[in-house]
Design a protein around this ligand. Structure first.
Ligand SMILES: [Zn+2]
Length: 54
């Protein structure tokens, strides 16, 4: 689980608390809730457009 301020994966200069970051990703980057949930669960996984996650 992510704690504290977190770098948004698509805006390297932005740091927000998790709740605000989720809103930001959804609102500004149009991430789906699924994608946000997957990223929150495993933030070290590179986020790209492929679905090669096994
Ligand atoms: Zn952003």
């Amino acid at each position: 689980m992510l704690i504290g301020e977190i770098h948004a994966p698509e805006c390297s200069k932005k740091k927000l608390p998790l709740g605000a970051l989720i809103v930001h990703l959804n609102d500004a980057h149009h991430w789906t809730r699924e994608r946000i949930a997957a990223w929150v669960a495993d933030p070290d996984v590179p986020q790209d457009e492929s679905h090669a996650h096994h």
